[in-house]
Design a protein around this ligand. Structure first.
Ligand SMILES: [Zn+2]
Length: 344
């Protein structure tokens, strides 16, 4: 079965001007998918706005009305990093609704997997506030929606954006139905995501933070996937997998200091796809988070689709990193995470 994608020009109406998280990110991805003739092989999924009721599965009402109010007043800055334009509220509703629609398409069997190409991104948005370019937590809303609508009780969220998804972490910290695994540069923005933060109460152990030192590349990320993500996912046995797909660990991305290549992302996606095949009838939804080098972002998203569609050839036009930094050893970190989470 084919892969689906969510996109709508409404996502360009979140006008952030010269901000690094801007509309050119999605424009570049879409034109790359068109030029490479991949887009025509994908099933388009039309997004809809999330309802306030759906957002309220995750967000406190004052946060939702605050975001709406700022848009109505012409936009403005919500924090030092996060800016809104008049169109941002509607774009954000469609971003959350887009991941919901991708989830529905996968759960209803219309497609095997789907990728929601949305903005604003979501994983820094907490239950109560916008943060780090994010207004509403798109993946968290879709996860809560899927738990309720399809009466699921085990959803896995893997977040490979280079930043810790503090919002998703907070939202599910006491929820044993969602296993949240974040792989991120640490210490780094937003400062959270330490190894010892593992969940609370009945949800103890259902948050797995993998705080990597800067300089990690394909080998380190793949070790983390093979030694932590795969055994943790198998133990949790999810019914559905959501991915916070941020491509800012790419070596050419200037927001962070990692050294992952497009080929490395493709290998990670392959591992994720095999998990979905094995554990949950291939039900898999990606949602776009970060990724700020436009060429690296577009190539990485295309490579993700190529893996999802079982295309044998992965294009990596940017190639391997110039190795600006020494590659750190992370064996001790992997060992420590495995010990904390009793993973053999
Ligand atoms: Zn990021």
């Amino acid at each position: 079965m084919p892969a689906g994608f969510v996109y709508d020009p409404i996502y360009l109406h979140h006008n952030t001007g010269q901000h690094v998280e801007n509309a050119m990110r999605l424009e570049t991805i879409i034109s790359h998918l068109e030029q490479t003739k991949l887009k025509q092989q994908l099933v388009p999924i039309k997004p809809r706005p999330a309802t306030v009721e759906e957002l309220s599965l995750v967000h406190h009402e004052p946060h939702i009305s605050h975001v709406q109010g700022v848009a109505q007043r012409g936009g403005g800055w919500l924090d030092a990093d996060t800016v809104m334009s008049p169109g941002s509220y509607d774009a954000a509703l469609y971003a959350a609704g887009g991941v919901i629609k991708a989830t529905e398409a996968v759960m209803n069997g219309e497609v095997t997997s789907a990728f929601a190409l949305v903005r604003p991104p979501g994983h820094h948005a907490t239950s109560q506030r916008a943060m780090g370019f994010c207004l509403f937590n798109n993946v968290a809303v879709a996860a809560k929606y899927a738990l309720a609508k399809y009466k699921l009780d085990h959803i896995l969220i893997i977040d490979f954006d280079v930043h810790h998804g503090n919002g998703t972490h907070e939202i599910f910290y006491d929820n044993p139905q969602v296993l949240y695994i974040s792989i991120h540069q640490y210490p780094f923005y937003p400062g959270t995501g330490g190894i010892e933060e593992t969940g609370t109460g009945k949800a103890k152990g259902t948050t797995i933070n993998i705080p990597l030192p800067s300089g990690c590349g394909d080998n380190e990320y793949l070790s983390v996937f093979e030694q932590i993500v795969v055994p943790a996912a198998k133990r949790f046995n999810p019914q559905f997998i959501l991915i916070s797909a941020g491509y800012d660990p790419h070596w050419a991305d200037e927001l962070a200091l990692m050294q992952v290549s497009v080929s490395g992302f493709a290998q990670m996606v392959k591992i994720i796809q095999e998990l979905a095949d094995k554990l949950c009838h291939s039900r898999l939804v990606f949602s776009l988070e970060g990724g700020y080098n436009l060429n690296a972002l577009a190539a990485s998203v295309k490579a993700t689709f190529d893996v999802l569609m079982d295309n044998p050839n992965i294009d990596d036009p940017l190639g391997q990193p110039p190795h600006r930094f020494a590659t750190p050893s992370i064996n001790h970190l992997i060992k420590a995470v495995k010990e904390i989470h009793a993973l053999s």
